[in-house]
Design a protein around this ligand. Structure first.
Ligand code: SF4
Ligand code: SF4
Length: 452
């Protein structure tokens, strides 16, 4: 694609990068066929190619974000399906990241939207606040109808996604060490996360048990927290960078103490994509660039890490049919496709491929709250595809997808590591009680790790 940036504009390193990205696009339009919003809405401006044109116009003319740019970029899920399809290697992810930051700086939003965005940024990344907000949501839920009539569609979406039932605790939330009781072979840092540890703390517990069985000590660093993805996707770049720096500082302190750290483990693929991108986010910050690059290179999705082990035969054999939903951040963001499927198959599950598996389920961070109508359409399409396979349950590697899918179907959904942990002797994942009869029982496992 030809661009017309001036020499003066190109002195800005950000614009220079935008120019480089735009020039790779050859307008072929292959990406449109796999873009969920184009498939759904059929408007070129809701396709990757159309959005690229809108972004190009805005940046070339140094314009503030127009309502048109804002509307069509807001509708983008950042699912990165277009990057998997693009034959020309267009780095759409960083282009849309820069655009979201530009919209945040120069665009205009109404009061209700600003309120919803500010609430999300102030609550979701902080587990204590999020826990409190979920409890408060139960008190407000009876007034959902009034809020809907007043046009607070984002608040209504938030309330509808709040899980029913009591919030659970975890065996280990950190900070500290979950020391394996087996012979220690490796030591890793776990990103304990933010929203996930409130919504489904069992995921971290299952991760730690799986690792402990293989002789891996798990460290949760004091001071580490949200990876920054939630605010980053809303264009709040400075906040995202502050989260990234906080994690880098916390992990560096830990690495400077004790034995060698072998990997940074992430068990939410949306967060994994962001941590692997710290190298890019902080490339122009001399105090962080080197450490960010090192930590990004050490980051592994938990299934990527486990795939380096011979897991051996499972302790429980089941005949369960598992529809594997590959989160966009897993398949497009991190290009991890085979490892989770292989681990599930080796653990005795029958893995089913979901038709239109490349299309997003509509979760996409805070998308299902900020764009509830498109998100619900995508969810319903995904659910219909899942149902067509007649699975016993669904496995996925991202908490956002678990919440989104569970809000639209009665088929149980669990995280991949919860199923693996169950197969290798751990407790039954939440919501799978009705399936217990299909699974051979084994005695309760002895404690696998000690918390220090
Ligand atoms: S990131 Fe996803 S929604 Fe956005 S343009 Fe690419 S394919 Fe479409
Ligand atoms: S597939 Fe790639 S090169 Fe083709 S229009 Fe889309 S972004 Fe541009």
């Amino acid at each position: 694609m030809q661009t017309t940036f001036t020499a003066k504009q190109l002195k800005n390193p950000r614009i220079a990068e935008v120019d480089k990205i735009l020039r790779r696009c050859v307008h072929c339009g292959f990406c449109t066929a796999t873009c969920p919003t184009y498939v759904l809405l059929g408007d070129e401006r809701d396709s990757p190619r159309g959005r690229i044109y809108l972004m190009k116009e805005m940046f070339e003319h140094d314009r503030p974000a127009s309502p048109e740019v804002q509307r069509h970029v807001d509708r983008c899920l950042s699912c990165l399906s277009c990057m998997t399809t693009c034959p020309s290697g267009v780095d759409y992810m960083h282009l849309v990241d820069y655009t979201r930051a530009h919209i945040e700086e120069t665009g205009r939003r109404g009061f209700r939207e600003r309120l919803a965005r500010s609430l999300l940024a102030a609550i979701l990344p902080y587990p204590d606040r999020f826990r409190f907000a979920l409890r408060a949501a139960r008190l407000v839920q009876p007034f959902t109808g009034i809020l809907r009539r007043l046009g607070f569609k984002e608040l209504v979406a938030m309330l509808e996604l709040a899980p029913a039932g009591l919030l659970r605790g975890a065996d280990f939330t950190g900070p500290g060490t979950a020391a394996t009781r087996a012979e220690r072979r490796r030591r890793v840092i776990l990103l304990a996360g933010c929203a996930q540890q409130v919504l489904r703390p069992e995921i971290n517990d299952a991760t730690i048990r799986l690792l402990a069985r293989r002789g891996v000590d798990v460290e949760v660093a004091p001071g580490a927290g949200c990876c920054g993805a939630l605010v980053h996707h809303m264009g709040r770049e400075a906040e995202a960078i502050a989260f990234a720096k906080r994690n880098i500082d916390a992990w560096t302190r830990l690495m400077d103490k004790g034995d060698r750290i072998d990997a940074v483990i992430v068990n939410a693929s949306g967060c994994g994509t962001t941590v692997k991108d710290y190298a890019h986010m902080l490339a122009r910050e001399p105090a962080y660039a080197e450490r960010a690059a090192k930590l990004s290179a050490m980051t592994r999705d938990v299934t990527e890490f486990l795939a380096s082990y011979d897991m051996g035969p499972p302790m429980r054999w089941s005949s369960l049919r598992v529809a594997y939903h590959s989160a966009c951040s897993m398949q497009h963001g991190q290009r991890i496709t085979e490892e989770p499927r292989k681990l599930l198959r080796n653990a005795g599950f029958t893995v089913l491929e979901v038709p239109e598996g490349h299309l997003c389920c509509g979760s996409a961070g805070t998308y299902n709250i900020l764009q509830p109508t498109i998100a619900a359409d995508l969810r319903d399409r995904k659910v219909a595809n899942i149902r067509s396979m007649r699975p016993d349950l669904v496995a996925t590697g991202n908490i956002g997808c678990i919440t989104q899918l569970a809000s639209g179907m009665d088929i149980p959904v669990a995280h991949t590591v919860e199923l693996l942990d169950w197969a290798y002797g751990g407790p039954m994942p939440r919501g799978l009680e009705a399936l217990a009869k299909h699974v051979q029982d084994v005695p309760e496992a002895k404690p696998l790790f000690a918390v220090t």
